[in-house]
Design a protein around this ligand. Sequence first.
Ligand code: 6GU
Length: 232
Amino acid sequence: MNNTTLRIDIVCVVPQSIESPMSTSIVGRARERGIVDLHLHNLHDYAKDRFRHIDDTPYGGGAGMIIQCEPVFDCIEKLLAERTYDDVIYLTPDGEQLTQKICNDLSLKKNLILLAGHYKGIDQRIRDTLVTREISIGDYVLTGGEIAAAVLTDAIVRLIPGVVGDAESVLDDSFMHDVLDAPHYTKPADFRGLKVPDVLLGGNHAAIRRWREEQSLRKTQERRPDLLKGKS
Ligand code: 6GU
């Protein structure tokens, strides 16, 4: 791997669940090309007993199982001994909500550990000592953090220069400028009588830019007026 590579280590309970999305399409190609160096770690490989247990019942009682300190410390301390990490991110519904800005910042890092929990959660001592940042991908609950880690990885990797073919298409996305994307059309210009707006067929680039800005603004006003607050 060259020295501009972003290394991401995903530490989780069920790596199989995200192997495919992390190995195909744009993320898979970025890995093949050495732009991102992605490693999946199975916490069960760090279990101490022959049944590969990594969780136990919560002190104080209550429903659900808690991931134990030992396998997580063993796995993450092994990684930390091998290189310096910019952040150890725990994916959890009570974390800071993920935004495009956070993705932009993380895409500039060199080495990241993403820790994905399962069951009821992880022992608080892991969060107090190893974890440097906690992120949620939205106000809803998933069965585990693996898919959240895959979402975060996907959102970061596509921002690395050279990963998405057309750099401009990344910069124009919804949220890149705090407004939503304008509508897109491709051939044919008339599909069952459904017509592409004339302005897009005319080749007047200034008019097209103005139309897209108007559409973006109107859609944002309708769907996400919160994004426009504090703007003139
Ligand atoms: Cl990061 N994990 C889980 N389990 N559920 C979530 C989440 C994370 N973000 C939103 N819901």
